[in-house]
Design a binder for this molecule. Structure first.
Ligand code: AP5
Length: 215
């Protein structure tokens, strides 16, 4: 199984990616998690990435395309993968197709901007694993602690309301074009496209995606 999860910031891509990776034994390739890990490591890539991420802008295609294609074409993804956060521009989608890495399904999680802004204000994040919680809709078992490791949860730096608005603007300007690209049969890959209402409960969204993916 080779999947792409699309949707605005805060749509629930990371939440559903964790569910789908566990359910179907897929490797989760999250561009945001990879970049945040580079930022934490203090590497040159991380320093460069942070200039864009901290203000809600996209990392230049020249950096992200190689990073993700290297990961996906490494042996670890041979038994199936799920892309969360990539592609995000038409150039990234075209580069993925041109690399010869086919995907089976593109899943779009649809959520309105209003719902997203309120969701982001309650998000809690476990940096080491990428696990995501919400103070009211998806709280951790122990307040402020990751369910698996017990480590402290943090608020992401780019979840400030003004930065979230920037990220949404960029999504509407650049990322929505990708849907047309994948709906266009001539885009070179033999995949199905499925849109799900991401304002339903987390479990209802998971069930809808699971039903779509099951043969
Ligand atoms: P990235 O980490 O990919 O962020 P994003 O796409 O903006 O998405 P988020 O991680 O914010 O949200 P999500 O959809 O995963 O939602 P989540 O499941 O957490 O990217 C960050 C930055 O990295 C970008 O701004 C850019 O700078 C850079 N970047 C990354 N990829 C790039 C690329 N390809 N090219 C260029 N730059 C790139 O859920 C959100 C909250 O809602 C959580 O609290 C969750 O518990 C809750 N929730 C989830 N589902 C539901 C539900 N159904 N009901 C109620 N609450 C829910």
């Amino acid at each position: 199984m080779r999947l792409i999860l699309l949707g605005p910031p805060g749509a629930g891509k990371g939440t559903q990616a964790s569910f789908l990776a566990d359910k179907f034994g897929l490797v989760k390739v999250s561009s945001g998690d990879i970049l945040r890990s580079a930022v934490r490591s203090g590497s040159k890539l991380g320093e460069e990435a942070n200039k864009y991420m901290s203000v809600g802008k996209l990392i230049p295609d020249r950096i992200i395309i190689d990073l993700i294609l290297d990961r996906v074409s490494s042996g670890e993804c041979d038994s199936g993968f799920l892309l969360d956060g990539f592609p995000r521009t038409k150039e990234q989608a075209v580069a993925l197709t041109a690399s010869g890495i086919d995907v089976d399904s593109v899943i779009e999680i649809q959520v309105s901007d209003e719902v997203i802004v309120s969701r982001m204000s309650g998000r809690l994040f476990h940096p080491a694993s990428g696990r995501t919680y919400h103070v009211s809709s998806n709280p951790p078992l122990i307040s402020g602690k990751d369910d698996v490791t017990g480590e402290s949860l943090v608020v992401r730096e780019d979840d400030k309301a003004s930065t979230v608005r920037n990220r949404l603007d960029i999504y509407h300007e650049q990322t929505t074009q990708i849907l047309s690209y994948y709906r266009d049969a001539s885009s070179g890959s033999n995949h199905k496209v499925f849109s799900v209402d991401g304002s339903m409960s987390i479990s209802a969204v998971s069930s809808a995606i699971e039903s779509f993916l099951k043969p």
